[in-house]
Design a protein around this ligand. Sequence first.
Ligand SMILES: C[S@@+](CC[C@H](N)C(=O)[O-])C[C@H]1O[C@@H](n2cnc3c(N)ncnc32)[C@H](O)[C@@H]1O
Length: 292
Amino acid sequence: MVTTLLDNAVDLRASLLDEDTNALRLVDGMGDGVQGFALENYAGKWMAMTPGGEIRADIKEWLKASGRSIYWKRLDQHHKESPMHLYGEPVDGAFSIRENRLNFEVSFSSGYSQGIFLDQRLNRAEVMQRMARGRKLLNLFSYTGAFSVAAAMAGAETTTLDLSSVYLEWAKRNFRFNGLDESEHFFCKGDAFHWLKRFAKQERIFDGIVLDPPTFSRDENGKVFRVEKDFGELVELAKQVLAKDGWMLCCTNFRGISERDFMRMINMPKMQGVKMPEDFSEDPYLKSVWVG
Ligand SMILES: C[S@@+](CC[C@H](N)C(=O)[O-])C[C@H]1O[C@@H](n2cnc3c(N)ncnc32)[C@H](O)[C@@H]1O
């Protein structure tokens, strides 16, 4: 019975949820024996995800019976709209989730993505471990600045960079949300390649650099970025602003590249690939490589 599989998946993850962390993936497709269905928990509100089509009737019944606020995101839609309300109390605007004692703003009504990628939980914790007062972090392709918040909470001075001013504002709210003073940190709007060249000219050096770009993007001048073609160049530019004993975190969720080929593109000494969090039990699509 699919409902037994769903109950088991949720039970299996119960020990990962506590007052410090209230967001994670509850069901991960065939990793939990449930084909084509994933479910994420954001502080008790649930986001169902399917690769397309409908949600099976028995899964819908199970969702409805939970009494939760439930939204649904189709992963195949072209227009990248906000998820659809399915059951329970509608969620009004933004709300907060907790992860490893950090607070993050999440929204089910601000477009396709919710404000945080839960598959980066362990990497955010590791960034926090590696950073300390007096250290400098550069977070490229920052989105809502979750890696920056993790580093800043460890005392680091952070530089948060994204093409989108909407996401940079969201990042600043995430700073404030954690009692951090955003005026002690840097926020840069624009293309990562452009800024890396600028930082190199200014001889700005960072102790840690996070490189977690989208698979494909187009900047404001129409310049296209593709992981499989451009990641090597990104690393070369980042190397020029990395401290001698510094580290880099290189990530991609592009399914068309293996960890081995990704490491070939990074092409640095002392590389170590790490696994995804255990709640992501299906396909290890996220490749994360620590350098240095
Ligand atoms: C997949 S998200 C990155 C997730 C983020 N690293 C995190 O952990 O939350 C991609 C982000 O890259 C930004 N972006 C895309 N192309 C960019 C570019 N050329 N330079 C800087 N940011 C870019 C997008 O605006 C978006 O916020």
